[in-house]
Design a protein around this ligand. Structure first.
Ligand SMILES: Nc1ncnc2c1ncn2[C@@H]1O[C@H](COP(=O)(O)OP(=O)(O)O)[C@@H](O)[C@H]1O
Ligand SMILES: O=P(O)(O)O[C@H]1O[C@H](CO)[C@@H](O[C@H]2O[C@H](CO)[C@@H](O)[C@H](O)[C@H]2O)[C@H](O)[C@H]1O
Length: 437
């Protein structure tokens, strides 16, 4: 029976959020035939008081004669995201803009989608599954479904309408209604075939520095600081475009204090999960208290929300910002709430620290290299900030208190993220509390 097969299979998927807990019940909420041999399923998973929904492209084995054994779900069925003979149906649907039962396929006005391209699943499985069509489109299938328009779709379509150029152009999307709300199932964007992601570029620079005999970060061959500066400029431009495309506001003193309270609560939650963090709690508490004491108001707007080097790509001409979804796992309302753009600035500053430190973990000369790693991070942090200011981003002397606190807020988030996903990386965010700024 299909639900039994799915129950056994889903717990092994990278994107399944309920790992380690038994499934009480799995049901099929929606089952739509997209093409012969291809069904679109929305599955409900009930586990000890939680209810999550996931989507799946279900292929019938008869169609493939077992060619997609790596995507096998069980006798007779496989995950058809891996079958390029079937995934063209998604492009055709978006190109036509038709409805299929409860599913709505849409494209942006004026966009023509090439339906002849074949897909490949991008790299390793993440929280979502991305299909790359030829070298032209990337279609992200959101696996775990949260009712509401996905912030990534909402933001990039609004920015595209405003003529923004630091984004991958959106082309189309698929949606349905969940709990009475239009809910994004997938979105298709321009695939940046020749671009490199910021994390890979930064690591190349750090490796180069470690290998070189130059005494300082700025003299090393693979200097990244001019790129960090350009990234700062691009970030300021994206913030300006977000402020033009969405409402803005000013957070008054009472709300600033409320925000500080929320950060304190999150810190307490993180300590409950990762007790070693307790030793550094006073550092964060002090930074938060300074915000409550001296910051009277904060300009707020839509922001990226989970900004780091893995979310930016360098094309031949400029930096492009991806994945405006906010922090995965946070409720949609929180991810869409207005925030200080310094939150993104703080996120990227943390990312320079990550890039500098993560290669130290297994390095035989870690103690010798540590000062150079710190120097690399400081150089790129200051270049990024200089670029952000030059690009028109608000960064005044009095913003230092808020920026410091937001960096520690991000480090607290990273502590729980690493404890859950990559415990060996935990020392990287922990080090953020040991640096005096
Ligand atoms: N438009 C794009 N063009 C080229 N590569 C992309 C594009 N979007 C995403 N990628 C690649 O996929 C990776 C993960 O993308 P992302 O949107 O951050 O997914 P996730 O939400 O799973 O983290 C990026 O680091 C990048 O390498
Ligand atoms: O890219 P995602 O939306 O999945 O973001 C999550 O995973 C990130 C790691 O892939 C994580 O980022 C942290 O590690 C990065 C290096 O791998 C580093 O550059 C970031 O600064 C650091 O926060 C992110 O926090 C998490 O939400």
């Amino acid at each position: 029976m299909l639900t039994q097969l799915l129950t056994g299979w889903i717990t092994h998927q990278r994107w399944f959020a309920g790992k380690g807990r038994p499934i009480d019940e799995l049901g099929i909420d929606s089952d739509v035939e997209l093409a012969p041999g291809l069904r679109h399923l929305i599955i409900s998973v009930h586990q000890a008081g939680t209810h999550d929904r996931y989507q799946l492209l279900l292929g019938a084995d008869g169609h493939t004669s077992g060619r997609y054994s790596h995507a096998r779900i069980g006798e007779g069925y496989y995950d058809a995201a891996y079958d390029p003979d079937l995934t063209g149906t998604l492009l055709t649907g978006m190109a036509d803009g038709h409805d299929l039962g409860p599913l709505r396929f849409r494209h942006l006005e004026g966009v023509e989608i090439d339906t002849s391209l074949r897909s490949l699943v991008l790299g390793a499985e993440q929280s979502n599954t991305s299909l790359v069509y030829g070298e032209t489109y990337i279609c992200k299938l959101f696996r775990r479904l949260i009712p509401g328009v996905n912030p990534e779709l909402e933001i990039v379509t609004a920015l595209a309408r405003h003529g923004a150029h630091h984004i991958a152009q959106p082309y189309g999307w698929i949606e349905t209604d969940l709990d009475g709300e239009p809910t994004t199932l997938a979105m298709t964007q321009e695939f940046l075939a020749t671009a490199n992601d910021g994390w890979a570029l930064a690591l190349a620079s750090v490796r180069d520095l470690y290998a070189s005999f130059d005494p300082s970060a700025c003299d090393a061959g693979g200097d990244f600081s001019s790129e960090a500066y350009r990234l700062g400029v691009a970030t300021a431009e994206v913030h300006r475009e977000l402020a033009a495309a969405f409402p803005t506001d000013v957070m008054e003193s009472q709300d600033v204090k409320q925000m500080v309270e929320d950060h304190r609560r999150r810190l307490a939650g993180a300590i409950a999960e990762v007790p070693q963090l307790a030793a550094y709690a006073p550092v964060a508490q002090e930074a938060y208290q300074r915000v409550a004491d001296v910051v009277a108001e904060i300009p707020v707007q839509r922001v990226h929300g989970d900004y780091h080097l893995g979310q930016v790509m360098r094309t031949t001409t400029d930096w492009v910002v991806l994945d405006f979804e906010g922090e995965p796992g946070q409720p949609l309302a929180e991810r869409r709430a207005l925030s200080s753009p310094l939150r993104d600035v703080a996120g990227m500053l943390r990312s320079f620290d990550y890039a500098a430190r993560h290669l130290l973990a297994d390095h035989p000369d870690a103690d010798e290299l540590r000062p150079r790693a710190i120097e690399w991070a400081e150089l790129n942090r200051s270049s990024f900030l200089a670029g952000y200011s030059a690009g028109g981003g608000r960064l005044q002397a009095e913003d230092a208190v808020l920026l410091r606190a937001l960096e520690l807020v991000k480090a607290v988030y990273e502590v729980t993220y690493e404890a859950r996903n990559r415990p060996a990386w935990l020392p990287i965010p922990m080090a953020a509390f040991q640096v005096e700024r």
